[in-house]
Design a protein around this ligand. Sequence first.
Ligand code: NDP
Ligand SMILES: O=C1O[C@H](COP(=O)(O)O)[C@@H](O)[C@H](O)[C@H]1O
Length: 505
Amino acid sequence: MSSNHKRPPASLIFIFGGSGDLNHRKLSPALFNLFIDGWMPEKFDIVGIGRRPYDNDSYRTHLFNGIRQFSRRKEEQSELWKDFSQKVTYLQMDAEKDEEYQKLAEIVKEKETAYGEHPNVIFYLAVAPQLVPGIVSKLGPLNICADTKCTRVVVEKPFGHDLDSALELNKLLASMFDEKQIYRIDHYLGKETVQNILALRFANALFEPIWNRNYIDHIQITAAETVGVEGRGDFYESSGALRDMVQNHILQVLCMVAMEAPVNFDADEIRNKKVDVLHAIRKIAKDEVHRNAVRGQYGPGWMKGQQVPGYRQEKNVARESGTDTFVAVKFHIDNWRWQDVPFYVRTGKRMNDKETIITIQFKAAPNYAFPPEAADTWRPNRLTISIAPEMDIRLRFQAKRPGQGVSLSPVDMIFSYKDAYTEQEPEAYETLLLDVMEGDATLFMREDQVAAAWRLIMPILESWQDRAPVDFPNYSPGSWGPEDAEALIARDGRNWVTLPAPHQE
Ligand SMILES: NC(=O)C1=CN([C@@H]2O[C@H](COP(=O)(O)OP(=O)(O)OC[C@H]3O[C@@H](n4cnc5c(N)ncnc54)[C@H](OP(=O)(O)O)[C@@H]3O)[C@@H](O)[C@H]2O)C=CC1
Ligand SMILES: O=C1O[C@H](COP(=O)(O)O)[C@@H](O)[C@H](O)[C@H]1O
């Protein structure tokens, strides 16, 4: 355990949804890893909340099983777990009943006395979105929340179902909490490689001068998954890929790639610069949607030798479902830096490979003196930022092949986290939970960002609601999505980039 850093102040963390999947797979492993790495406060307690009948012991066993299965640390940490788990308790409570909330106020009082100080009180809402407004409106009157310095509420995605519901939820939150107390989480922003975009762009003199329409041909963001909906059919039927991935993760990543340089790293400065990008993205008119967006749904088929069901055969999915499991969109940013540089984004489930990458495709070299037959590609300069499963950045440029005559082929200069650093990178949720305890909202979404992102995707959603898809399912598991997605980019004389073969094991 290292001790050369400042730990966050005393914290009392309530997890609504303490018996749920997110806590089991992500939050508890993250909190335990923070503990192992010496990042948890000297004084802390975690209270998991749910209706299931656990006692403290069975709850701790349930969480430890999750940690064993899902933590990035594969070695067993039984001794440290004993210490950590003493700080974890379970509170059986129905979050929809007003009278139960007094229990929370009592726990806060009890811990205040035990700590000898007022701790951060964090309410993490890891519950289905329809429960969030009810919980928020019951937390407000508890008065714990009156202390704007110490009390925080963390709201999981999806933040609203559409623009109206997001605005309504923002209004409700604002009536109970100060904006500084609200942490709208988007776990992509906690990923090391996503945070590194700002370091790459603004801590180097090398890239920024060419990071604009004069040198960049286009940008791509791909977030492809091999998994299907994994038993989440119920949730996914009311969501779809556009709401689940584009409205939040992909647009947030796009903002990191496209934003102007911040003058400092204050939370609001970064968020101001990001929201500027969202405001500058050209809104796609409803009657232009078919030219700029493609939706897809996977059918049954085979993936890596295994037979897999189609989306419509998944649990809790309608047999005639029109839900999108794949989306590709072409965006434009109407500002000085990005005019006429298309941003192609795509995401899908049951695709050929797990691959989250950003591709910055530079323009072709001017006055290309080499004979066309010397080169096997005419636009070789490309920067690829891999977010998952590999974490690396590769710069592709043209090189002369050894030998007589002139033959050119692209080569890659690679920075890989694995090779460059010995320390293991934290999981996104570790970074984000630590930020909440420290009161740093830089990596969380502000209300105007959420609303701006919904405004951009509403015309697409509305256009799709007006016209039921006639060709679903329209892509096979293990493919790169529907043919129309290829056409979307091919019409512009470009093609989707995937990682080179060694990545795709
Ligand atoms: N799972 C994941 O990987 C991810 C999830 N999310 C988001 O996190 C949130 C939670 O998802 P997930 O954990 O998968 O969902 P689950 O269905 O696994 O868990 C839901 C939780 O809510 C609790 N709950 C439901 N009703 C009540 C109630 N009336 N009173 C008290 N507790 C209640 C359940 O407890 P009990 O059954 O004991 O009552 C359970 O702990 C969702 O918004 C989801 O979109 C976001 C990113 C990834
Ligand atoms: O928020 C979500 O993200 C995951 C993908 O996250 P990643 O970190 O594995 O890229 C996605 O599977 C899920 O549907 C969505 O809700």
